[in-house]
Design a protein. Structure first.
Lengths: 396, 396
């Protein structure tokens, strides 16, 4: 029996494919510092499970396809605290940010339609866009320029009659870069001029450092009909396993069509929505401590990275990732060597080789992403292991 | 901004679109018996929430993309009790049966590929198949023949070089029809001869009446590489809000490709998986009482339907639905009239007009589906209301 061309062209997760090596390393008794995925060690607020435990309906019934009203209202309240006002009919609850993005791409892309995505990018965008036979048009950025992508000329050079949208993960995964207000204004003007959607993946919204200001594409009223905000409890509240995301849009025609997809999968899990109500109702002061913790980690990681000779990277301003160019030709080969050949006092480290984050073939081969999702001490040790590994690797 | 043709061609849920009328009826103080959707009133086993409440991890982390091993093993144990043996690598946990079907269609269909689906069919199949630009090829059945579809000649007449699969909801939604072992054997032989996949949607597996035997396409070893079983806790354990489904297949190439899609959406909700472990570990005797309850309901519903002059329907053998032809030209118009114009002592009833369950234009216009998801007394009253309504409607 034949499988579809579409599925055969899709890749297995470029992050997860190295698990076979790290599992082997662990079997051999090595300690492996996992800096490769965005699974924070920050405790999930107790309010989540407290709300879940209090759930006491006799029948665990389908929820409304668009989400339970309590959660929609809690999310509206959260946005209202940032001066962004939405109606109930603007918020659609989804199975994580992943489903949100799949729905959006299905709603706006026919086969061959194009989406401009700054590269390196969160690798699953290829899958989300591939579902609809759409085409990722990468906007290339460089380690040497801090992965800065908000350049008007570079964006306009990629726009074609098939351009339907541009994606902004802001603050960025995997680079941690953050847009300024001026840059966002420029992007909104481009979207109006060339008539495309702005897909604003803002799941790291609160994680902006150096006293930077939290922003959102939802704050630009003149493009409200073309802004589609993707959101999630995963990173914001360290609740990745809840799988509760949302789409927020003031475009009524889009919302109505997205609802068809939501009805097709009936609903999102009821008790996770109940738990997420408690998360969105947390006092905003909750973020102060979390943000301070991530900022400390970023600082020590960056300082430690700077000790590595030949490494190229700028200090990122948000999210909890740093992407950097290593003094090796091939970061995948180096990672496999780190897991199979290297240890320092029985310890080694896992990072995400960045080639999989690029759409342009051949780019990113010497780059890596690390997620600062462990405590300061472990992060410092993890980066130290990369440094020690590089010294040994390049001396072979 | 343009939306995709694909999304614009999709329909809103044909079941849910009548809520505006039932909500209005309720506002006017009418009691509405909801026989329209498959949301059972059977209590969810307490084991589910007990397991969820006992969950005590500090960080609600991502689960493995393929599902937590405890749930995969619990599902394997459940199948083993029916003599069906699967490895861990044969079971993929999904966000309900809906995601299972979307994944399967994505994995086997390119644009224009065909799937034969007996009609009337669960309406969301159009959405699942539409995601991949596939084509539903309906195999028409009739109320007069008890919606029987296992006819070799009729099936073979629909097979083309683009046929990739045939779908069997067995026991059936919306008809309640059940395949015999001989019919399943014939279908397996056809699948081998014409090289297509058997998509076995068996979410109502235990709900077979009149001492009928539980069967599964998973019991036919000679077609193990082409059988894809879709399963779910929703109906089996009255846990629709958990959104935990699964795909079971011994086709390793298919599984490996489905895993790409699973990795794209990262994972299913962790605590719902934890709760579902407890469901699948329930003693099989759990089903005896549930089955007996549904069988009693089916009997009273069927007896009550038989009192309606001009109604055409055969007694179904499984699931918890009955589809019947009403003595009206247009069941949608009749339903809207029932909700807006009719009441008997302040009470009326909602069913699902069956036209939306047909892929062939014009068919099913006078048919309805009712789900026997309320207690016996309410079911009898609901069908009585349909009878009283019909008498008044046809006298206008």
């Amino acid at each position: 029996m034949k499988l579809s061309k579409r599925i055969q062209e899709m890749q297995h997760s470029p992050i997860r494919k190295f698990y076979v090596y790290s599992n082997e390393a662990k079997k051999q008794g090595k300690k492996v510092y996992q800096l490769n995925i965005g699974q924070p060690d920050i405790k999930t607020p107790k309010a989540f499970m407290e709300a879940v435990r209090a759930y006491d309906e006799k029948v665990l019934a389908y929820a409304p396809s668009e989400g339970i009203p309590e959660l929609i209202d809690a999310i509206r309240g959260y946005y209202a605290r940032y001066g962004m006002n939405y109606d109930r009919g603007n918020v659609l609850i989804t199975n994580g940010g992943s489903e949100a993005l799949t729905f959006i791409m299905t709603a706006i892309l026919d086969s061959g339609d194009e989406v401009i995505v700054p590269e390196p990018y969160y690798t699953n965008y290829t899958t989300f866009i591939g579902f609809s036979d759409g085409k990722v048009v990468p906007l290339t950025t460089k380690a040497e320029e801090g992965y800065h992508y908000a350049k008007k000329e570079a964006i306009e050079a990629l726009i074609t009659p098939r351009t339907r949208a541009m994606v902004f993960v802001n603050p960025g995964n995997p680079t941690g870069s953050v847009l300024t207000r001026d840059e966002m204004r420029m992007i909104c003007d481009l979207a109006k001029k060339h008539d495309f959607f702005i897909i604003a993946d803002e799941v790291y919204r609160e994680f902006i450092y150096d006293n930077g200001e939290m922003t959102s594409f939802g704050q630009y009223e003149d493009v409200a009909d073309r802004v589609i905000i993707v959101d999630s409890v995963s990173k914001r509240f360290s609740a990745c396993g809840a799988r509760i995301g949302s789409i927020v849009t003031k475009n009524e025609e889009l919302y109505s069509n997205l609802l068809k997809l939501a009805q097709g999968r009936l609903c999102c899990p009821t008790i996770d929505q109940v738990g997420s109500v408690a998360l969105y109702n947390l006092d905003p002061s909750y973020f102060n401590e979390i943000k301070a913790e991530y900022e400390r980690r970023r600082n020590v990681v960056y300082d430690e990275l700077c000790k590595i000779e030949g490494l190229v990277c700028e200090k990122p301003s948000g999210a909890f990732y740093i992407t950097a160019k290593l003094p090796v030709e091939n970061a995948e080969e180096f990672l496999i060597w780190m897991l199979t050949e290297f240890d320092d006092n029985g310890e080694t480290v896992m990072f995400a080789p960045a080639e999989g984050f690029y759409g342009t073939p051949g780019l990113g081969r010497s780059e890596m992403r690390i997620a600062y999702v462990l405590n300061e001490k472990d992060m410092v040790r993890g980066v130290e292991l990369i440094r020690l590994g590089l010294e040994a690797y390049n001396k072979r």
